[in-house]
Ligand binder design. Sequence first.
Ligand code: PGA
Ligand code: ZN
Length: 429
Amino acid sequence: AITRIKARQVFDSRGIPTVEVDLFTNKGMFRAAAPSGASSGIYGAFELRDGDKGKYLGKGVSKAIKNINEKISEALIGMDPTLQSQIDQAMIDLDKTENKGELGANAILAVSIAACKAGAAEKEVPLYKHIADLAGKTGVVLPVPAITVISGGKHAGNNLAVQEIMILPIGANSFEEAMQMGSETYHHLKVVITEKYGSIGCNVGEDGGFAPDISSVTEGLDLVKEAIERAGYNERIKLALDVSATDFCIGKKYDLDFKSPNRSGQNFKTGEDMIEMYNQLCADYPIISIEEPFDKDDWEHTKLFCSLGLCQVVGDALLMSNPKRIERAVHEGTCNALLLKVNHIGTVTEAIEAVKLAKDAGWGVVVSHRSGETEDSFIADLAVGLATGQIKAGAACRGERLAKYNQLLRIGEELGDDAVYAGDNWRSP
Ligand code: PGA
Ligand code: ZN
């Protein structure tokens, strides 16, 4: 049974306060921390921050901590940690709001994850196995890593509007080999960028991708293409973009110069222009997935683009991992993959349900980190246990990113001959 819950404020990878929880049972102490993103979005679970501008510029989380130490812990002490849905429901009931705004989604999620880890220990099974059990699944699968290699958007200080260019080693034979391919390509890219932009071009963005001074996505894709060629992985590595277009949608137009100090408005694109651009990109490069190609409320163009069937179309802010929005998108055929951010929805149980909804619709599922991460590696086990087939955890560099990939390496080692790597079946392993 859960005997004690203790929360504290720690820092995330951007140096911003976040919630960490130690949850105790007879089996020991189980720790978890909440991540945080650059795009918060109005349709997601509510991240509770103190708002006291005199402290941490308003970003402290002492209220969330207090809610755990006083209210949540009182409600959960004595509960069986294997009963994840009951634990999560108890917190949802205690919170009483639609968006977890009373206790804070950051408070609820950290406890939910810590409880999940305690549940696995209680059953004496690996975390991914416990998660598979909770989801009613039998097979576990190591995901294809979507490794960020170039950063832009809100994650970097260059003028590139597109937030991420990622490489997907779908042609690898194992997760370990996928990481080898990703790591080698990353280091080749460092050389390619240095040759063209000097070593200053190798400064990295918040998720560890290089952030050279480029302003067009084709410039970035050409660099990555060159690096893949030099690494010798031409056919075996495919590409993906996270456009995060919500961040530069002004009215109904898209401003590809949104970070330029002397923006002229010349580079404003309509939804149709954007579709034309993606069309061309998919023809010129081996792009197999595009995330958030339009604004979160631009269901019309997202659907139009998706209907062309050029690549996987992933909903991030469009869906907010929210069952109601996922159901609408399934019904209308708006996109064909879910970006699962556990803190968008707020509990492990609801994350599992969101994945089920997406999988039942035949969608792809990408388990995702946030730009503000911690050393917590929970999402690695989550991706394996739910057999999502895809995980996006940033570059093959920076501790908080590697925490996830390294955990996947450990899981692969533990599974040994039983390890299944999603590979070519990345969309439906
Ligand atoms: P965020 O970015 O965590 O800053 O929202 C991640 C993403 O957009 O996928
Ligand atoms: Zn995104």
